[in-house]
Structures are given as C-alpha cells and as structure tokens.
Design a binder for this molecule. Sequence first.
Ligand code: PMP
Length: 453
Amino acid sequence: MTHLPNSLQGRDIRFLMHPVTNARAHERTGPLVIARGEGVRVFDEDGNAYIEGMAGLWSVALGFSEPRLVEAATRQMERLPYMHLFSSRGQEPSIALAEKLVQMTPEGLDRVHFTNSGSEANDTVIKMVWFWNNAIGRPEKKKFIARLKGYHGITIGSGSLTGLPGNHKGFDLPLDFVRHVSTPHHWREAHEGESEEAFSDRLAAELEAVILAEGPGTVAAFIAEPLVGAGGVIEPPAGYWRKVQEVCRRHDVLIVADEVINGFGRTGRMFACETYDIAPDILVLSKQITSSYQPLAAIVFSDRIYQGIADGSERLGTFGHGFTTAGHPVATAVALENLAIIEERGLVEHAAAMGRILQAGLRRHADHPHVGEVRGTGLIAAVEFVEDKAAKQGSTPPGRLAQAVAAAAQRNGLLLRPIGEAVCFCPPLIITEAEMEELLERFARAMGEVFGA
Ligand code: PMP
C-alpha cells in the first residue's frame, strides 16, 4: 500500500518509530490511525467504526468518551496542574487515591507508591525489595522468580522479569537476577492425562526445586500475573495458586501479584487476587486504574515491607527512588473519579455478567476444526488456533491463523489482538449485551472469512 507523503499515514511512516512494531513491515502497511472514540467504539480517519475488542491495550475500562474523567482532569488542571511527591511534598489527589487503594485492595496491603507505568512499577518493585532486604540485613536475598509467558514490562528490570523471547531477543536480556519457571498452561503444557491438580502439583514442585537449587537465602520474590494477560490469556489451573503460595511462604519468598491487566473488574471480581484466592505481599496496578485516560501505576504493599524500608531510610540513607511525574495529580484525580464510576455503576458485577456472555459465545467455536482452545474468565478471553487439532499443532509460519482472523475481524469492524497462535479479547467493562452480541457476530463472520462458512 502506498501512502501520500503528506497524508497522516505518510507522515507517520516518515517520522514515527512505533513501539512493539516491525518497522519494515510498518513502512509497507502504514498505521491504522484512530481519530476519535465513543463508548466501546473507535473511528478511523475515514470514519470507519470498530468495536475496540481489546479496550486499547487491555485498559480502557470506561470506554472512549467518559465525560466525568474529562471533567476530573480539567478541574485538577485548573486547580493544580502539577506537583511532585519528592522530599515530603504532597498533593490531595495522590493522598486520597493511596487511601482509597488501601481500603479497596485485599487485606494486608497497607501502603502505596506511585509510578507512571506498569514497567516502572515492576522496576520499582525490584528496587524496593532489594532495598528492603538490604535494610533488614539480608543482602543475599535478591533473586526474582518469574514465569515463561509472564509479561511484566519492557524496561531493563521489568523486561527481565517478562518471560517472552520477543521482549528479550536483541536486547541482551534477561539480566541474571531472574529465574523463569514454567507457564501454567494446562492445555498446552500438561502431560497426557494429567489432571489440573496434578499439573499444579508438578509446577509447585518445580518452583520449590528452583528455590532450593538457588538457595532460599538468595531468592527474594516470586512475581506472577494471577491470570496471564499479554502472554496469551492463560488461566491458572485448579489448585495452582494455593500450591505455589504454600511454597513461597515456606521459603520466605515474597509474592508479587501483577494485576496491571487483571485489576479493577477484569476477571469479574475487583481484583484477580479475589478470583484466585491470592494473598500477595505486593500488588501492582495500572491500566484500568485511570481507564488509561492518564498514565499511572500503583504498587500496594504490606506494612512489613514498608517498616523495613522506613527503618532502612534511617540506617542506609533515603529511599532514593522516584519519578518526576509519579503520582501526577491529574492522573490520580482521574483515577479517583474512574474508581468512583466503577463502583457507582456496579461495573465489576456488570463485567462478570457480560463476561459470561463472552465466554459462552466464544466457546460455541470450541468444536471448530481449527480451534485448539477457548479460554479466559470474566471479560478477558482468547481463542487459540491450530493447523492440526489432534496434535495441537500451531500454524505455519507461526501465528498465521491468528493474524488472519484478527485482520478479518478488523475488516468486519472489530479490533482484536493476535498473540502467538491466539486472538485475544478484552473489551471495555461498559460493553452492553447488544454490543457483546455484535462483537461475537463480527468475530464469527471473521472466522467464516478465514476458514469458510
Ligand atoms: N505488567 C503487566 C501484567 C502488563 O500487562 C503490562 C503491560 N501490558 C505491564 C506490566 C507493563 O505496563 P506498561 O506497558 O504500562 O509499562
């Protein structure tokens, strides 16, 4: 496709290098430029409408035109457009949001630290845990255990935690403070005839073996998404979280729940830690916290960690870490309004109800000869395609079928995200029943176009 040099597409190709994009392929195809949004829909420059089946990047909980978020941002911009939190400085929206997050998150999480993004939050978690262990006299306890297919960001530290080769290749990552254990994907990874519980036993034993091999005195934390998101929407098998938590507790290894995608209703509960009965020491939140109208992430953590860091600040020196715009007052003001709307409108219960329709609707395709697995819970799901169903063999070249289905969906006015052999679904929490039916219809049409009716 050629684009005129002075068109938006032409200027994009000329001047922009996109994140997570194959630059040469992009030069050939150009961007899909989105001009505006309304509810669950976005519109391109030519006025074509799409249902945003991915809520942007798993993040626009309230859809693309919530006036109250605009008003909250405007009010805060007019009153105090910026103030940092360094060196004991404060501002009201950050204080109020910290209090709100402590109140609404699971028990045992008592303190909040803000960053701008999920990657910054996970990098900060690494540094907080290192500082804490230095402060309490355990300088050897520094390693993190993460999982293959886990996604925790792309900065040098968080990118090392991420367990996806595409985020390591070419970047000299991961750094060597990280060990990766298996993906808890029963359909793909379990042995022939192995039950979910037996599979979970095996993964818990693997985690324990890694901790023992490294030496429990050197392993600081286990980080995981309760339900894997960007690795392809992978639900934990039965018993998994109970078993791995037992292992972590036995060896005094902190549990870090990365709910950057899962948090704020996505799995049908406010937090996926409730869905899967997880009691983390550290909870990482972002994306839906502001519906991504503003960049913001929050680390909510235990008093035990806070007290160690606070003592350490007296003994080792100040906790010398923070970002200029972390806890930005406009972002925290928007977050407060966003959370108020989620609660007032009962959007978590709504997400659970719409999720049941989404999950049932997608599972109608489960018997399709090219559908290997339909998975997910609440308003997050994936359909994984196979060339050969019995052998669970993916497509050639890898990802071909998922990319074809996502492209056909786009032609039918539905934006989905192909990841590996799967296409992923993560619509805004505000989606109505009629819009969900439309989404499912468009997906069925895309399937028909790729595989024949
Ligand atoms: N953790 C998880 C679970 C994520 O899904 C993401 C982003 N997709 C991140 C961390 C990183 O967040 P960000 O892109 O805001 O840096």
